[in-house]
Every structure is written in structure tokens, then in C-alpha cells.
Write a protein that binds this ligand. Structure first.
Ligand code: HEM
Length: 139
């Protein structure tokens, strides 16, 4: 048991979601769809430009992060340590528009991959809390 207060970005959905979503293959499909959406959506142009031209490295990291966050294998923290997501995003100006663009891409990715509706709603609520907590430029 972790005696420290859990920061919001590390709050996990109840255990078992990694299996019910379909494990790493399903998470990989969602992350692929997410970055395809980011490449294609006009409202995501600003957040797409924060990333390098090659999305493969960040895709692999996001897959590992989400697998662990959903209760799967802990490859992310084994490789990168504590997520400290707010700190890792501090270099990027994130306001409400950037938060909403990220969430739009994720919602579309979950729809495209036909993620179960109840699971999708639960995930979107959790992603909203994390993305909202990431805001750092006051807009
Ligand atoms: C709120 C809007 C967000 C923006 C604009 C954003 C943008 C970015 C950018 C530009 C990177 C670095 C990519 C690179 O290294 O090329 C990144 C990394 C990452 N993002 Fe986000 N992000 C957002 C929200 C989120 C959310 C909600 C999550 C989690 C659910 C998340 C998880 C991650 C992870 C795990 C990484 C890799 C961190 C690492 O290096 O270990 N991001 N993000």
C-alpha cells in the first residue's frame, strides 16, 4: 500500500480494466488511432506541433504508460520512473484549447476502436481530470 497521497494524474481506474479493454494490443490500437486523429484534426494542429515529426517514440511511451495506468504491466515506471506528468508537460503551453484538442483526439480514438461505451465514458472522465490538471498557461 502506498502511504503517500496519490496525485490526480496517477489516480488509476479500478483494477481489471487492462484485461477488460483487451490488453496491450487494444491499448496499442487506441494510441495509434489517437495520434492519427492528432495528425488529421485541424483543432489539434497546435498540440501536434508540440511533438516531433516522428510520433513512433512517443506512441511507444504512451502505450506503456496507459497499460500501467489501466492496471497492466509496469513497463513505463520501470523505464521512466514516476510519471510526474505535470512536470513532463511543463515545457508545453497547455490551456483549455489544448486540453480540449487532446480530449477530442482521444474520444475519437476510443470511438474508432469501438471501445465499450461504459469503459469509454469512465476513461474520458479520468482523462479529463488528468488533462485539466495539466493546464499551465492560465487560459
Ligand atoms: C492536455 C493536453 C496535452 C498535451 C498538449 C500533451 C502533449 C504532450 C507532448 C508534446 C509530449 C511530448 C512528446 C514528445 O516527447 O515528443 C507528451 C508526452 C506525454 N504525454 Fe501528453 N499531452 C497532454 C495530455 C496528456 C494526458 C491527459 C496524458 C495521460 C493520460 C498524457 C500522457 C503523456 C505521456 C505518458 C507522455 C510521455 C511522458 C514521458 O516522457 O515519460 N498527456 N504530451
Amino acid at each position: 500500500m502506498n502511504p503517500l497521497p496519490i496525485p490526480v494524474a496517477d489516480a488509476r481506474p479500478a483494477s481489471g480494466h487492462f484485461e477488460s479493454i483487451g490488453g496491450e494490443p487494444a491499448v496499442t490500437r487506441i494510441v495509434d488511432a489517437f495520434y492519427r486523429q492528432m495528425d488529421a484534426r485541424p483543432e489539434a494542429r497546435v498540440i501536434r506541433a508540440m511533438h516531433g515529426p516522428d510520433l513512433a517514440p512517443v506512441k511507444a511511451v504512451l502505450v506503456r504508460y496507459l497499460c500501467e495506468w489501466l492496471g497492466g504491466p509496469k513497463h513505463y515506471s520501470a523505464e521512466r520512473g514516476h510519471p510526474r506528468l505535470r512536470m513532463r508537460h511543463a515545457a508545453f503551453p497547455i490551456g483549455a484549447a489544448e486540453r480540449d484538442a487532446w480530449l477530442d483526439c482521444m474520444r475519437a480514438a476510443l470511438d474508432e476502436t469501438r471501445t465499450d461505451a461504459a469503459l469509454r465514458d469512465m476513461l474520458m472522465q479520468a482523462f479529463f481530470r488528468i488533462a485539466d490538471w495539466m493546464r499551465n498557461n492560465g487560459s
